[in-house]
Design a protein around this ligand. Structure first.
Ligand SMILES: [Fe+2]
Ligand SMILES: [Fe+2]
Length: 378
């Protein structure tokens, strides 16, 4: 059985020093290579609809395409500072998030410092979404090659197009409406590298479709509700209508496949899911933002990590992942009767097991559909 040290490089999941020791050392690079060695599979079985649920998703995807250039109101003026203030007031009634900051490095911050922080935080968040979207673009192009079933190759091809559009719209929003980019967060990059480097086709699905996209769907939903900026709201609504289908694609494809795997093979998948969950949680600490704001990162993060709002947000990010992993049977695979499963115990430690009975995305993706087709959505 693998230890935490082997899976995530540290014994204590909450070891802040170890988390912060992982940083992006290639911040000025314009390209990043990952070596991969995998089998590309041709199939000569062209019987469309052999997997009816995937076929249905494919047919839906074909009629749900939208155009990032023409379907979004790019002429909406965005005053980022005003948006930061409006969002903060809307959420907690004050710029400081309603937290008592006396005795902390934040105590001497002016209103303008808080506004600058809000802008940097937004630049960081949308930059990481953009990088994650590129990860999805690359992973689904890989799935077209490696998945053995024609219905899945067809569907994955539509997702490649969706992801190109998502990278495009996040990049355009960052370039034309916000005030700067951030390089990819080191924890997110490690996770994407691990997914890409794995030669087993179902690991691309598990890492990307279930873990990264499950988290993105939850995070987009949270920001969609919270933001007062109408263009971003619309952009996220469009992106989410695609993402829900993508997560469903993961659940529907892996469900059957996992039933044929041995306990040892499922254990590998459980460990991979735990590693991915931890890396995603670590990335949300936003260490680069505090660094750019000139704050002592470790001191500040030990405060931030304990804030109740942060904990709720962090846990909520797993609200799609946990029920989907349950549906795939990974929470309790390999457990002795009456005993909790390995992944269930890990998720208890991460404080996210309470989501296990929430709706899984294999079922709920139709809820996210845009009304009357993509282009007519309000
Ligand atoms: Fe996407
Ligand atoms: Fe996606």
């Amino acid at each position: 059985m693998s230890t935490n040290e082997e899976l995530i490089g540290r014994t204590d999941i909450n070891d802040l020093e170890a988390i912060l020791s992982i940083t992006n050392t290639e911040v000025d690079a314009v390209a990043h290579e990952v070596k991969a060695n995998y089998d590309t599979i041709f199939t000569w079985d062209y019987a469309k609809g052999a997997r009816p649920k995937l076929n249905r998703l494919y047919e839906k995807a074909k009629t749900s395409m939208w155009n990032g250039e023409t379907d979004l109101p790019w002429d909406t003026p965005v005053d980022q500072e005003q948006v930061v203030v409006a969002n903060a007031i809307g959420m907690s009634g004050s710029l400081t998030g309603g937290v008592d900051v006396s005795g902390t490095p934040f105590a001497k911050w002016s209103d303008q410092d808080w506004i600058n922080f809000g802008c940097e935080s937004q630049n960081w968040t949308l930059s990481q979404f953009m990088h994650g979207e590129q990860g999805a673009l690359i992973c689904t192009a890989r799935i077209v090659e490696t998945v053995p079933w024609i219905d899945a190759k067809y569907y994955a091809a539509t997702q490649v197009m969706d992801e190109a559009r998502h990278v495009e719209v996040f990049a355009k929003y960052l370039d034309t409406k916000l005030s700067g980019h951030y390089p990819i967060n080191a924890h997110l990059r490690l996770l994407l590298d691990d997914i890409i480097a794995d030669s087993r086709w179902d690991m691309t699905y598990l890492g990307m479709q279930i873990m990264v996209e499950g988290l993105a769907l939850a995070a987009f939903g949270f920001i969609h509700q919270l933001t007062t900026e109408p263009l971003l709201k619309q952009l996220l609504k469009y992106v989410m209508s695609d993402e829900a289908r993508h997560v469903a694609f993961g659940v529907l494809s892996l469900q059957d496949y996992y039933q044929q795997l041995s306990t040892a093979e499922l254990k590998d998948r459980q460990e991979f899911a735990f590693e991915a969950a931890t890396r995603m949680r670590d990335r949300f600490l936003q260490q680069e933002v505090f660094d750019r704001m000139g704050l002592p990162v470790k001191e500040v993060l030990s405060l931030v990590a304990q804030s109740p709002e942060r904990l709720v947000f962090q846990q909520m990010l797993f609200s799609k992942i946990v029920p989907n992993l349950k549906k795939l049977g990974l929470l309790d695979a390999g457990a002795k009767p009456g005993q909790p499963g390995w992944l269930r115990k890990r998720f208890e430690e991460l404080g996210v097991i309470q989501f296990e009975d929430w709706a899984d995305t294999g079922e709920e993706y139709e809820m996210f559909q845009l009304a009357n087709g993509a282009t007519s959505a309000a």
